[in-house]
Write a protein that binds this ligand. Structure first.
Ligand SMILES: CC(C)(COP(=O)(O)OP(=O)(O)OC[C@H]1O[C@@H](n2cnc3c(N)ncnc32)[C@H](O)[C@@H]1OP(=O)(O)O)[C@@H](O)C(=O)NCCC(=O)NCCS
Length: 161
C-alpha cells in the first residue's frame, strides 16, 4: 500500500458518507502534485509518520492522517481523520501538534480550517487553541440535500513553538 492508499482507506472508514466530505483519489493526487500540500500519518501505536519516513509503514493499518495546504504564510487543514476504533486516544491532538510544527517549519504563521457546524471535532480544535472566526451560511450540502453552515477556525502559530 502506498500513502495515498492509506489516506483513501482511512477516509472510507472515518468519514460519514452522509456529509460527502471524503475526497476522491484523483483529488488527493492532484493536491499532492502541486507541491504546497503536506500530509502526515499516524500509526496504530500513535507514532506520527512523515512522508518519506525511513520506518516501513506500507503494511500497517494506518490509524489516521492530516492533509494541509500552504498559501503564503498560512496553512489550511483540508482533511483530518482518525479511524473510529482509534478515536479518543489523543491521536487527533497529536497529529494537530505535528501539523503545527511542520507548518511552522514551512514558514506559516497561522492555521486555518473549515468545519461543518455541529461536528464534535470543533471541541478538539478549540482545545488545541483554534478560535471560530467566521461562518459560511449553507456552505455544506449533505447527501439528503440539507444545507449546513461552515465554521472557519483559525489558530496563530507564532509564540508557542
Ligand atoms: C475529529 C477526529 C479526527 C478526532 O480524532 P481523535 O483521535 O478522536 O481526537 P483526540 O482523541 O485527540 O481528542 C482529543 C480531545 O478532543 C475532544 N474530542 C475529540 N473528539 C470528540 C468527540 N467526538 N466528542 C467530544 N469531544 C471530542 C475531547 O476533549 C478529547 O479529549 P478526551 O478524549 O480526553 O475527552 C475524529 O473524531 C474523526 O476522524 N472524525 C471524523 C472525521 C472528521 O470529522 N474530521 C474533521 C473534519 S473538520
Amino acid at each position: 500500500m502506498d500513502d495515498i492508499d492509506h489516506l483513501m482507506s482511512v477516509m472510507e472508514d472515518a468519514f460519514d458518507p452522509a456529509f460527502g466530505e471524503a475526497w476522491t483519489r484523483r483529488q488527493i493526487e492532484d493536491a499532492l502534485v502541486i507541491g504546497n500540500c503536506h500530509y502526515l500519518l499516524i500509526a496504530p501505536d500513535g507514532r506520527v509518520i512523515l512522508p518519506g519516513a525511513a520506518e516501513p509503514h506500507d503494511c500497517l493499518e494506518i490509524a489516521g492522517f492530516a492533509l494541509s495546504r500552504q498559501g503564503y504564510d498560512e496553512e489550511e487543514l483540508l482533511l483530518f481523520a482518525v479511524r473510529p476504533k482509534y478515536r479518543r486516544l489523543g491521536y487527533g491532538r497529536r497529529m494537530l501538534d505535528a501539523v503545527f510544527s511542520q507548518a511552522r517549519k514551512h514558514g506559516s504563521k497561522r492555521m486555518l480550517l473549515e468545519m461543518r457546524e455541529g461536528n464534535p471535532a470543533g471541541l478538539l480544535y478549540v482545545s488545541c487553541g483554534f478560535e471560530a472566526i467566521g461562518e459560511r451560511r449553507d456552505y455544506y450540502r449533505t447527501r439528503d440535500g440539507n444545507r449546513l453552515n461552515g465554521i472557519t477556525f483559525a489558530r496563530e502559530l507564532e509564540g508557542d513553538s
